[in-house]
Write a protein that binds this ligand. Structure first.
Ligand SMILES: Cc1ncc(COP(=O)(O)O)c(C=O)c1O
Length: 274
């Protein structure tokens, strides 16, 4: 693990000091990005930094200084050459009074990095009983308030799955705890619209750009009944076939998933910052 905090590369990442009143720590008043690295180079950094800025302004935080974030990323990655790694950028409101009211900062900016083991080629997923709120104040923002995802993932994991799938409050398919979902009906590639409340995933956008697909909102039950194959997409999963969705076994990969995964691998090798 390598880490950088508020302008400084840390000798001992475990010894970093954050204020106990940091509003990110006390109430989840912060935003973050997870970024894949390939041989020490970030993938799609510009898209991730744009989303970091969007998430920050969605929370009413000042936009982070992009040059400073890029400096943190470069310092953390200097000299690393792992085939696969993960950067985590966290930006919070900083020190604040002990309540929901925000203080005057200054904001906290941290960049951490560690090597990453490749994900498996397929995953089992489990629908969870709690809805994603598509109309909430933080919908679509990548905030550090991720406890709902923690609970959902633990629920799925206890039932033998490695990702949890949410429907939204009107029962439409939404997303995973850290992934977007694509599925195939009658040969057509589909994914929920952003109005479903899902995060505007960087991987989702690139798959739509590179492989096509229709954005549509459909009831979870209808998706489950009609899909012939499905896959997860995210920064750490890329295109990952779903082998089991609740009690339904699926081909993993199905033909459309296989094609999307191949396209992903080819395009990713061509562009580091698409
Ligand atoms: C809730 C949620 N949905 C979707 C995604 C996938 O987004 P990306 O492709 O940008 O990693 C993530 C990423 O971690 C996420 O946290």
């Amino acid at each position: 693990m390598r880490a950088w905090l508020n302008g400084q590369l840390l000798d001992d990442p475990a010894g970093a000091t954050l204020s106990v009143t940091d509003h990110g720590f006390t109430v989840g008043d912060g935003v973050f990005e997870s970024i894949k690295t390939l041989h020490g180079e970030p993938f799609a950094l510009t898209r991730h930094l744009a989303r970091l800025a969007r998430s920050a302004s969605g929370l009413g935080l000042e936009t982070p200084d992009e040059a400073e974030v890029r400096r943190g990323v470069a310092e953390v990655l200097a000299g690393t050459d792992d085939p696969l790694g993960r950067l985590r950028i966290t930006y919070t409101a900083g020190p604040a009074p002990m309540g929901s009211g925000r203080g005057d900062g200054p904001a906290t900016l941290a960049v951490a990095y560690s090597a990453l083991a490749p994900m498996g080629a397929s995953a089992a997923v489990r629908t969870v009983p709690w809805p994603r709120n598509e109309r909430g104040a933080i919908t679509g923002l990548k905030t550090t308030s991720y406890a709902e995802n923690v609970i959902a993932l633990a629920h799925a994991s206890k039932r033998g799955a490695s990702e949890a799938i949410f429907a939204n409050t009107v029962g439409n398919l939404c997303e995973g705890t850290g992934s977007n979902v694509f599925y195939v009906v009658d040969g057509e590639l589909r994914t929920p619209t952003l109005a479903s409340g899902c995060l505007a995933g960087v991987t989702r956008a690139l798959v739509l750009e590179w492989s096509g697909g229709v954005e549509v909102d459909e009831q979870m039950g209808e998706v489950a009944e009609r899909m012939s194959e499905a896959f997860l997409v995210s920064t750490t999963r890329d295109v990952q076939a779903i082998s089991r969705w609740d009690d339904r076994e699926l081909p993993a990969p199905g033909p459309v998933t296989d094609e999307c995964a191949r396209t992903w691998a080819r395009r990713e090798a061509e562009h580091r910052d698409p």
